[in-house]
Write a protein that binds this ligand. Sequence first.
Ligand code: ST9
Ligand code: ZN
Ligand code: ZN
Length: 332
Amino acid sequence: TRNGGAGMEKALSNQEDLGGDRGMTDDIFDESYCEKEGPKPARRYVWRNIILMSLLHLGALYGLWLIPAAKPVTLVWGFLCFLLSALGITAGAHRIWSHRSYKASLPLRIFLAIANSMAFQNDIYEWARDHRVHHKFSETDADPHNATRGFFFSHVGWLLVRKHPDVIEKGRKLDMADLKADKVVMFQRRFYKLSVVAMCFLFPTLVPWCFWGESLRNSFFLPAILRYVLVLNATWLVNSAAHMFGNRPYDRNINPRENRWVTFGALGEGFHNYHHTFPYDYSTSEFGWHYNFTTAFIDLMCLLGLASDRKKVSKETILARKIRTGDGSHNG
Ligand code: ST9
Ligand code: ZN
Ligand code: ZN
């Protein structure tokens, strides 16, 4: 790997199995990091974000109020937009670009990058960098949404204040060569703002307005604003709720947990104790399609020849790990 022998050896002894060579190991927990001693840096609010995030959520509440007045086909469209933008995060930014847990062909990567702009959660490069430090330095100062700072901070608070300096310091040392070499990722980063305006706001609004004469107000507040806020909160619940509530069948020594409610809303991303234990597994779970739309999508893409090389942890390795470090619940 690019990390050299030492990194590889460490990863293997910590995680038992890398599931093949992914060309990166910077999502593996680093036990050698220690938080700096002394007082923590002061919290610095970013008022622009606080105001915009509040307005956005008020807009979503207004969207909820408008639901009874909307045409049913607009609600179906809003749901489709939810699925599409969520896949841009789960199958795209998360399972390919943060963890390299499977390979996607150029057309699939283009599709997922467009879907990712629809989700407007920072560009793929920034998302994956924050996510790799989240795994590598989980629940420390260098974790952007450190869950030991509470539910609110790990849910949305971290987007409303300046980052802890260790996030940036450690993030700068990550190996991001694979993403820098991915033209789709770099192109999306270059045209990010434009792509967000087009895909997160204009496209979801214009389709119902042009094609079935939905009012402009319903078209904007339902498939654009409400859908955006629902995808955001479903994603954030993985960082907040799934780091606090649920069982730990694979590793009782870490905070991330198996949370069925989060899994349901996040298309399969709430098996979070499993995911932090085996971050390179393309399914983020040992149970295949069970509650896992994203895995079904990736399997379909493989069937169509658009994806390949899915990394999977063997049943024996999972069982051995459960017996060695699990909490004994064994019921996922
Ligand atoms: C959003 C993201 O919502 C959500 C991510 C969730 C992740 C979930 C993961 C869970 C698992 C997967 C499950 C998926 C489930 C999906 C379900 C779907 C249904 N390393 O950022 P700045 C550098 S976004 C290295 O300004 P501040 C940076 O490059 C929502 N370097 O920091 C820059 O350098 P330079 C919409 C880093 O000033 C400098 O530091 N977006 C790193 O502290 C300053 O960067 C928003 O709301 C790093 N990790 O500000 C915007 N980080 O100067 C949010 C930074 O050289 N962002 N750097 O260019 C912001 O406004 C700001 O980032 C801030 C911090 C205020 C939060
Ligand atoms: Zn996590
Ligand atoms: Zn992850």
